[in-house]
Design a protein around this ligand. Structure first.
Ligand code: HEM
Length: 477
């Protein structure tokens, strides 16, 4: 392995040109002092608004229609915001709250204050690292099902990796949250409902910029209402089944219900239980799907890493299918996922609204202003990462770790992603199970364009073809 580490590794991503090399022209190069253009541009694509000078360690501010937006791109001020002064910066932005409240109610992802404080330990406990092994068999079985389906696809047939990974991770999280009794039709309806919901909501709350501190509710079109009603109906039925003693005992909903029964003072009614189940489902699948999709893209462009990855899987698992017990030994697989999360953080912007006025670095943040921590910028800042636009998984190997608060794909502090271990384990395991059987090929002429909605994804998905690996073990157990 060390021999491999000494090889010159890393490639300059020539692909989207969005922000890969500071000399490129694809940075926002419009005239300064026209922030309204930025707002329009950000609404279309949040990643295209950054200038080359934004990829620096600093705290800066801009004003849009009188609103202050503070951008925090330096480890110590980030620590200040997410840890030291968490209470003042824990609130999500009006955009985020308004976009998701119709679907998630007061679910953890968008709550703050007492509701967040009360629910956070509950959700953390349910998806905690110590529980992850119990979901291993679901991750393994679902990945093997995908591998078996892929084997029936004639070699060279184009498929969409984003779509495939979204299906895989949605199935894993649906089985983990709702149990095995959900049924194919309901599982598909929930997944489709979430996808169409996200496509329908806007990425900027214009109401906030027009003077409403709390933003304005999103326009609830008949399609949106229908989609939400359907999701709620299905989840409510699962929760009610569990409350009356029916339902899969190994699921996260069961754990939520048991916690409520043990501690009735939590006062989690059907709606609260549904909100938390929906939150875990939403937070837990698109992020991992995006990670895996970008990992296939990066591996396809760095064959020397791909080969080393195949060798590692062979060495650790031999002719067995990888299992959750192998994950700690799959050091390179994990490093590939961590480096992917650096270059393409699925949540590329962490956005907050200040409760009270407070200094962040040299910038006086006003009450009610927006504070943005942008992992997309931070992870590609030259003073924090050597050759920041290069794919170099070895940054995460042999005990090497980035400087604290310079690498935050799962956020940090009290609001850190509670599903961190679940998501990392799932991504490593799915990667290993699939890579053991297939090479995922992205045409060398294909140019990816990262776009940001709620998560960071390649625009239009990622077209791939599959090559069966010679000598790969059979995936049927
Ligand atoms: C690679 C996979 C994942 C990534 C990169 C990721 C990233 C994140 C980030 C950055 C946040 C904070 C967002 C913010 O503060 O604005 C977050 C929150 C959250 N994540 Fe994840 N996540 C992943 C997987 C998961 C999984 C698998 C689950 C559940 C099983 C999950 C559950 C949650 C929940 C419930 C929150 C809200 C926590 C709170 O606000 O207190 N995530 N995630």
């Amino acid at each position: 392995m060390l021999q491999w580490l000494n090889r010159p590794i890393g490639f300059t991503e020539e692909l989207s040109g969005k922000s890969f090399s500071p000399s490129r022209a694809n940075y926002y190069t419009g005239p300064p002092g026209k922030p309204i253009q930025l707002l329009v541009q950000a609404r279309k694509d949040f990643l295209s608004i950054w200038r080359a000078s934004d990829y620096k360690e600093k705290v800066s501010e801009i004003r849009v229609l009188g609103r202050q937006i503070v951008i925090v791109n330096s480890p110590e001020p980030i620590r200040h915001v997410v840890v030291k002064r968490h209470e003042n910066f824990q609130r999500k932005t009006p955009q985020m709250r308004r976009a998701l409240e119709f679907l998630l109610g007061d679910g953890l992802f968008i709550s703050d204050g007492d509701t967040w404080k009360q629910r956070r330990p509950l959700v953390t406990d349910i998806v905690h690292a110590k529980r992850v092994p119990s979901f291993g068999p679901i991750m393994e079985r679902t990945s093997v099902e995908l591998v078996e389906r892929w084997k029936r696809i004639p070699e060279g047939t184009p498929i969409n990796a984003l779509h495939e990974m979204a299906g895989l991770t949605a199935e894993i999280i649906a089985r983990s949250v709702f149990g095995n009794d959900l049924g194919d039709d309901s599982a598909a309806a929930v997944t489709e409902g979430f996808t169409s919901y996200q496509a329908l909501v806007d990425s900027i709350n214009i109401g906030y910029f027009l003077g409403f501190d709390e933003g304005l509710p999103i326009f609830r079109t008949p399609t949106l209402r229908r989609s939400v009603k359907r999701i709620h109906r299905i989840i409510d039925k699962v929760v009610e089944d569990h409350l009356s003693g029916r339902g899969d005992h190994n699921s996260m909903v069961e754990l939520l219900v048991r916690r409520q029964m043990k501690s009735p003072e939590l006062k989690l009614d059907v709606v609260a239980l549904r909100n938390e189940a929906a939150t875990i489902f939403m937070a837990g699948h698109e992020t991992t799907a995006s990670t895996l999709t970008w990992a296939w893209y990066l591996l396809s462009r760095a064959q020397w890493v791909e080969e080393a990855l195949h060798a590692e899987i062979g060495r650790v698992c031999g002719s067995r299918i990888p299992t959750i017990d192998d994950v700690p030994q799959l050091e390179l697989c994990k490093a590939v996922i961590e480096e992917t999360l650096r270059l393409y953080p699925p949540v590329p912007i962490l956005a907050r609204q200040t409760r009270d006025a407070e200094m962040i670095g040299d910038v006086a943040a006003e009450r009610g202003s927006l504070v943005l921590i942008v992992p997309w910028l931070l992870h590609r800042t030259g003073s924090l990462f050597e050759r920041p636009h290069h794919f170099r998984p070895e940054r995460f190997m042999g005990g090497r770790r980035p400087k604290p608060y310079s690498y935050i794909p799962f956020a940090s502090g009290p609001r850190v992603c509670p599903g961190l271990h679940f998501g990392l384990t799932e991504a490593v395991l799915c990667l290993a199970i699939i890579a053991q059987q297939f090479r995922v090929v992205v045409a060398s002429t294909h140019k990816v364009e990262p776009v940001c909605r709620l998560t960071l994804r390649p625009k239009g998905g990622l077209p791939i073809t599959l090559e069966k690996r010679n000598g790969a073990p059979r995936a049927d157990r």
